[in-house]
Design a protein around this ligand. Structure first.
Ligand SMILES: CC/C=C\C/C=C\C/C=C\C/C=C/C(=O)SCCNC(=O)CCNC(=O)[C@H](O)C(C)(C)COP(=O)(O)OP(=O)(O)OC[C@H]1O[C@@H](n2cnc3c(N)ncnc32)[C@H](O)[C@@H]1OP(=O)(O)O
Ligand SMILES: Cc1cc2nc3c(=O)[nH]c(=O)nc-3n(C[C@H](O)[C@H](O)[C@H](O)COP(=O)(O)OP(=O)(O)OC[C@H]3O[C@@H](n4cnc5c(N)ncnc54)[C@H](O)[C@@H]3O)c2cc1C
Length: 664
């Protein structure tokens, strides 16, 4: 029935103020207002329709993306949207496009690595989209190993130019989004050579295409790298290939905040650390963490609403069957993901704060917190994207057969999301960067000390071990500090074990390589500790709204106890908890799931997603799933004719046993 809310009875059960939770989720009343307004604007504009993506050919899909990007820009300009509103609009349009890289990497790279003069020249053009940029770092032969890039930038003092060149096939730029068909400019990373000496990888602004007719400039070979995973999905993006054949650019197009080349051919390194060349990646990794909560919450919203609609088994005396959300197994798979979505929201907020703090310090030439920012963004990007990709797939399974339909929205969401585990740094490679993060992570101090500090860490571990032995059922249930200490003790113990094993090797590099799988596990433990500690910190703030804080307390406990249950081997083997505690944690989880159950629908309503953004029949707000699935099936292009194309050629001869003579 049109207009009936099939989930109203679920909404009536909720025990907290959903509107207040919407503000907590958005971050502030202002952020809620912007997000709410812009999401509705996009949802109500047919120009942003997206329900036909999976049936379009690549060419149609890409042209449609170009149209939408142009239409989005027109909307932004016509409505004079602020930078914040424009970013939200691109977010809710919900289609990977060249604009992501233009706004998300090209502009930040110029801001972070360009001199004042370079920023003044290039940023106004980029802000008005009079040039469109991409971020061309990865090559066919090297992605993770940035120092292994082969493209060269050789200074020619005679002409005051750099010559950008791809000396080998493997030096071809490969993957940059927006490069394939759209970008007019690139930040290209190349090995700098001045006076025959190499100075490592630096960024250069290179024009690729004519601003008149879009043809590639002299010496540039450029194109798309081909279809990627999934129908529709990330194929709206023109990931590209690029070769330079001795392309000349003026000297002042090397990004020169970190180091400079003078017209006499002198290479000068400023006080700024070399790692700032990697600064754009730190920025984007931080935004990827915030995005993880969006993607996971979207999948969880779909799976939760559908689980309340779907019924299987358990009918008593002809009454309705059981809603699948009432099965304990469904709850134990779904509710930890709901809790993770909230946990990632808050860690994203914290990381945003951390990044803003580092940026402010960098502007004042204080580079002291850069290593920690790098370790935290790398580790948390890895943790949250892995959990989100796995979580989306779990949500698909939680929706049974219908989750496999494109109209559930979940296959496309997974296909679009899963490369987040690879881009901006492969998740394993990034976890290996967490080696500098401290064993002494607490909620005041999340950073630094170094795995080598074995003695200090061992004594820290011992004291944590003593306090964690004081655990009992009450402390697991009521005391956040007991939980936090268990996570601290586990992370500390795992780091100490790595450090002790490392000290058995004469050559640290060899030890590091040999023990890298253990180091990765220790890094995950640290990152989980940070997420738990920041969730607890969030709860220490004032949170207005009836019952809102209580719901968040429950979710925080679920997040922590679920991890404790899942990784109980680590917790038990490090002696942080006893088998009895592990069993108590499990009992407590079941009780927490029962507390979430009546609030589950309201907790996903708090994400405030429009049906347009969700893009899922199973997740639609009114829960009117079956008529919508039935209707959508008939709209499939295959159903345009009753007898399919190909009947006379392939089906009829088969039925008439003429197949051996038919020409296939
Ligand atoms: C709003 C946002 C919108 C849009 C964008 C979002 C999504 C769009 C979708 C996709 C876009 C995708 C883009 C890309 O993928 S761009 C390419 C990204 N590439 C990578 O991430 C490569 C991964 N590799 C690396 O980051 C590094 O090379 C790696 C850290 C793995 C290398 O380590 P290594 O130690 O071998 O390197 P060195 O260069 O020798 O470094 C030595 C030293 O420096 C420290 N370090 C490394 N990276 C950083 C950094 N980023 N910041 C600060 N410090 C850094 C490193 O730890 C070493 O320290 P130390 O041990 O103390 O010497
Ligand atoms: C959709 C998408 C969009 C992208 N967009 C861009 C873009 O806009 N600009 C750009 O420049 N790049 C882009 N990239 C490239 C991306 O950044 C790289 O693919 C990524 O950094 C991984 O590097 P790689 O491909 O070299 O993986 P590899 O390093 O070759 O990884 C292969 C395997 O080796 C393992 N491995 C590698 N090194 C180590 C190690 N030291 N220790 C242990 N294991 C290791 C990895 O864990 C992985 O399992 C994009 C990639 C994708 C998929």
């Amino acid at each position: 029935m049109e207009g009936v809310d099939h989930l109203a009875h679920e909404r009536n059960k909720s025990e907290f103020d959903v509107d207040a939770m919407k503000i907590v989720w958005a971050g502030s009343p202002h952020a809620f207002d912007v997000s709410d307004r812009i999401s509705k604007l996009v949802a109500s504009d047919p120009g942003f329709r997206k329900d036909n993506r999976s049936t379009l050919s690549r060419k149609e899909l890409f042209k449609n993306t170009l149209r939408k990007a142009a239409y989005a820009w027109k909307t932004i300009v016509d409505l004079r949207l602020s930078e914040e509103e424009a970013a939200k609009l691109r977010f809710y349009v919900d289609e990977p496009a060249f604009t992501d890289l233009h706004w998300g990497m090209f502009i930040p790279a110029i801001k972070g690595q360009g001199t004042e003069e370079q920023q003044q020249k290039w940023l106004p053009l980029a802000y008005k989209m009079q040039i469109i940029g991409c971020y061309a770092q990865t090559e066919l032969g090297h992605g993770s190993n940035v120092q292994g890039l082969e493209t060269t930038a050789t200074f020619d003092s005679q002409t005051d130019e750099f010559i950008i060149h791809s000396p080998t096939l493997t030096s071809s730029k490969w993957w940059p989004g927006g490069l394939g068909k759209v970008a007019t400019h690139a930040i290209a990373y190349a090995r700098l050579i001045v006076g025959g000496r190499e100075h490592g990888v630096h960024g250069f602004i290179v024009q690729l295409r004519s601003l008149e007719d879009h043809s590639p400039l002299l010496g540039i070979t450029v194109g798309d790298i081909g279809m990627k995973f999934g129908n529709g999905a990330y194929n709206t993006m023109d990931n590209g290939v690029l070769q330079f054949d001795h392309v000349r650019i003026p000297r002042n197009q090397m990004l020169m905040r970190v180091s400079q080349v003078t017209c006499e051919g002198k290479y000068k390194q400023s006080d700024v650390p070399r790692q700032l060349v990697y600064g754009t990646m730190v920025y984007v990794r931080q935004t990827i963490v915030a995005d993880a909560s969006c993607a996971l919450s979207r999948a969880v919203c779909i799976a939760t609403r559908y689980s309340a609609v779907r019924r299987q088994f358990g009918s008593q005396n002809g009454g309705p069957e059981t809603q699948v959300i009432d099965y304990k197994t469904q709850q134990s798979r779904l509710f930890p993901l709901l809790a993770s979505a909230y946990a990632f929201r808050f860690i994203g907020e914290w990381l945003k704060w951390l990044y803003a703090d580092v940026t402010q310090r960098l502007q004042a030439n204080d580079f002291s917190t850069l290593p920690e920012a790098h370790a935290c963004t790398a580790g948390l990007k890895s943790l949250t994207t892995t959990a989100t990709a796995d979580g989306i797939e779990e949500c698909r399974k939680l929706c049974g057969g219908h989750g496999y339909l494109c109209s559930s929205g979940l296959p496309e969401l997974f296909a679009v999301y899963v490369p987040a585990c690879t881009y901006e740094g492969d998740n394993t490679v990034l976890l290996l960067q967490v080696r500098d993060m401290s064993c002494k992570v607490s909620h005041e101090d999340c950073f630094s000390a170094g795995v080598q500090a074995v003695q200090q860490e061992t004594s820290r571990y011992n004291s944590l071990y003593d306090s964690s032995r004081a655990f009992n059922a009450m402390s697991l249930r009521c005391s956040k500090s007991a939980l936090l200490e268990a996570f601290e003790a586990r992370a500390a113990r795992m780091s100490v074990a790595c450090a002790q094993n490392l000290s058995n090797f004469d050559n640290p590099e060899e030890g590091f390589a040999e023990l890298s799988a253990d180091l990765v596990e220790a890094a995950v433990a640290h990152c989980q500790l940070i997420v738990v500690s920041k969730f607890i910190e969030k709860l220490q703030q004032e949170i207005p709204g009836k019952g809102v804080k209580q719901q968040l307390e429950v979710l925080c406990n679920i997040y922590a106890l679920f991890l404790l249950h899942k990784h109980q081997g680590d917790f038990l083997s490090t002696g942080c908890i006893t088998p009895k505690h592990a069993a108590l944690a499990n009992d407590e989880l079941r009780s927490l799931y029962s507390q979430v159950r009546p609030n589950a629908i309201a907790l996903v309503d708090a994400f405030n997603y429009t049906d347009h953004y969700l893009g899922s029949i199973l997740g639609c707000y009114d829960g009117n799933v079956y008529p919508k699935l039935y209707e959508a099936a008939w709209k499939d292009p295959l159903n345009e004719s009753v007898v399919p194309d190909g009947y006379h050629l392939y089906i009829r001869p088969l039925l008439k046993q003429e197949i051996r003579t038919a020409r296939l």
